[in-house]
Design a protein around this ligand. Structure first.
Ligand code: SF4
Length: 648
């Protein structure tokens, strides 16, 4: 019998034709540049390349290219970095099944309890009257995750015992839960069904936890409604559909979590032909985010009261062995406390945290030199430790698992820039892993997107402390905003400190046009409104008929300011990642080219916020005098450099 490895080799030796790719293109019209890229991808696969790294500028139309490749190969997973992108794929290509995380869906058991006015959340102290305050009604806190008898899954051969009406494969547990084998390919419209016996049985057994067995407790009308027809748990329903669908889209965090689970249980994420990693420049940060941990006094005190994190006597320079012992002791303390926890929601958080910390301990033990304490936060008054953060420096081994999931990989981004640095960081060996780098040019005319270096001042941490420099920066911004007095725009700072001095020194008429993220200053009472989310801020900008100007250090990525939403943008400073961040600074010292590459990524991403299509236009101004030298000395795409004025 043919083994998995041989089977993969057979699958990899397939030969494709360009016609297959073009016939699978999801739109009527293929742009010449998209056709050219499909030709190159087709040739690369036929030459035996396994991973394609595609750099294509914003507005190129990477998504339909990815869809054409996925459909030609037969099946695909897509990973997206933002919810917006996930929604966009689902809207443009309805055959792609979207998979979201547990926190996005209500647990139907809890829904039933709420409808029957039985819900009590012991963590929030909320009841069915104050539900809006409680976030513990999602599937993340479903009783099936808490080993609740009657809800946990058991898959049995019933041997015609009659309990399930003669079905051989019998799933016990929450009556709403579905499994992959409930969904048949190729039709995804199949509605899972359950026999009446199953519905009666599931989550209705007699046991000491009867208080949790909702069927026994529901009011007659809610019970009647639930028994009329089978309704599936929305989280597992979409997850299972995502596993069996030919094409499905996840966000990175969710996909990486399932990938980790699939190491022990492969059915958690079955292999497909192609893995598409959109916004591929984020693979490193997304993976670091998944693998790292943060431990805060506030959370620990919910588990072990009173927990004194300030008693930690180790510092940044202590060996990881000491920290491993510390984390091991912590896990034991939390584990011991779980059985006595009164709140099942807090107990669930504690179990999830124990699992995360244990996974970090395992990682640390296998390579202690690869880990650092990235941050120790102290109380500003007492100087006592309130939070600890641990991060790995090199995540290449974790990324490798990602690239081994499917037969082929397609990594896409507007900003790969330096493919060698890119591959090195995510553990790809260009030769051994058969990686092909393909670059697409931009068809946005450079005259629609000029970048003007204004050489206002050399900006670094020291110079930005000077009132004179701050005033000079604000004056330059004032002039630009007055020149664009009737147009919307955006100012990209690299810190909130910059945002604050710009607001302070700007003329009143231009200051009134500013809309800032997160921190909104009221000039009358100096109070700050921290309640507005990023989305609310953007809605305010989009819906206002006035020439509003966004100002923020956090809008350099994932933002679409097309057409009149921004006709000008100002970059205050070359966006070097903060050296104040210990992880970034350690990586910088280990590999200066990585640091410059990160800066270039952010620079190109930032400049791309306001020019979103071939007919769109916006002027970019860069104030930092260091800009010209930076773009001269670093690798930036040709299409980017074509727009930079006066730098050769
Ligand atoms: S499977 Fe059942 S208990 Fe688990 S989250 Fe879904 S509805 Fe809730």
């Amino acid at each position: 019998m043919i083994g998995t490895e041989e089977l993969n080799q057979v699958r990899q030796s397939r030969q494709f034709t360009l016609q297959e790719f073009t016939s699978n293109f999801p739109f009527k019209h293929i742009r010449p540049r998209q056709l050219d890229i499909l030709r190159k991808i087709c040739e690369a696969f036929n030459q035996g390349y396994k991973t394609i790294v595609l750099e294509a500028p914003t507005g190129f139309g990477k998504s339909p290219v990815a869809v054409a490749v996925g459909k030609t190969l037969g099946s695909s997973y897509i990973c997206s970095a933002t919810k917006d992108l996930q929604t966009q794929y689902a809207r443009d290509f309805p055959f792609i099944q979207t998979v979201k995380g547990m926190s996005e869906f209500p647990c139907l058991v809890k829904d039933d309890l709420i409808s029957s006015e039985l819900f009590r959340c012991s963590k929030c102290g909320s009841d069915d009257q104050s539900m809006t305050e409680c976030f513990h009604t999602t599937t993340l806190y479903g009783p099936c995750r808490q080993d609740r008898q009657g809800y946990t899954h058991d898959h049995k051969q019933c041997l015609h015992s009659g309990r399930c009406g003669g079905h051989c494969n019998f799933h016990e547990g929450c009556r709403y839960r579905t499994f992959v084998d409930d969904y048949a390919l190729p039709s995804l419209n199949l509605t899972p069904e359950r026999s009446q016996e199953y519905l009666e049985y599931s989550t209705n057994t007699t046991n000491s936890l009867r208080g949790w067995l909702h069927l026994a407790n529901l009011t007659p009308d809610v019970l009647y409604q639930r028994k009329q027809k089978f309704v599936s748990c929305p989280y597992y329903d979409q997850l299972n559909k995502g596993k069996v669908a030919k094409h499905s889209i996840f966000n990175y965090a969710n996909f990486l979590l399932l990938l980790r689970i699939s190491q022990a249980s492969p059915s958690a994420l079955p292999s497909k032909e192609l893995l598409i990693l959109d916004e591929g420049h984020q693979i490193e940060t997304q993976t670091v985010g998944r693998v790292s941990i943060s431990i805060s006094k506030r959370i620990l005190q919910q588990y072990i009261a009173p927990y004194k994190l300030e008693q930690v006597s180790y510092g940044y320079d202590d060996s990881m062995d000491k920290w491993i012992v510390f984390l091991g002791t912590l896990v034991k303390q939390i584990d011991d406390a779980i059985p006595d926890m009164k709140s099942e929601e807090i107990a669930q958080d504690a179990k999830d945290d124990v699992e995360r910390i244990n996974s970090v301990i395992e990682n640390m033990k296998s390579n202690p030199k690869n880990w650092i304490v990235s941050n120790i936060t102290r109380d500003s008054v007492s100087n006592k430790v309130t939070k600890l953060e641990f991060k790995p420096l090199d995540i290449s081994s974790h990324c490798r698992k990602l690239f081994e999931k499917c037969i082929y990989n397609l990594i896409m981004s507007a900003t790969i820039l330096d493919v060698n640095t890119f591959c090195r960081n995510i553990g790809l060996d260009k030769e051994k892993d058969k990686v092909k780098f393909i670059q697409a040019s931009s068809d946005f005319p450079p005259e629609n997107r000029p970048i003007y270096p204004l050489n206002t001042a050399y900006l670094n941490y020291q110079s930005l402390q000077s009132k004179t420099t701050q005033q000079t920066i604000a004056n330059a911004i004032d002039k630009i905003m007055s020149k664009h007095k009737d147009e919307k725009g955006i100012i990209h700072t690299t810190s909130y400190a910059q945002l604050e001095f710009i607001e302070k020194f700007l003329s009143l008429k231009n200051r009134r046009r500013l809309i800032s993220t997160e921190q909104k200053k009221s000039y009358n009472n100096k109070s700050r409104d921290r309640s507005r989310s990023r989305d609310q801020v953007l809605v305010e900008h989009f819906e206002s008929t006035k020439p509003t100007v966004l100002i923020s250090p956090s809008l350099h990525t994932g933002l679409d300011l097309k057409d009149d939403y921004a006709r000008f943008q100002i970059l205050v400073k070359v966006p070097y990642p903060s050296k104040g961040d210990r992880w970034t600074d350690t990586k910088r010292q280990q590999d200066p080219s990585w640091y410059n590459w990160q800066t270039a990524l952010r620079l190109v991403q930032t400049c791309g916020r306001s020019i979103r299509s071939q007919d769109d236009w916006a002027i970019t101004y860069v104030l930092d005098s260091a800009f010209s030298q930076f773009v001269r000395n670093n690798r930036l795409p040709n299409w980017f450099m074509e727009a930079v004025q006066g730098v050769t």
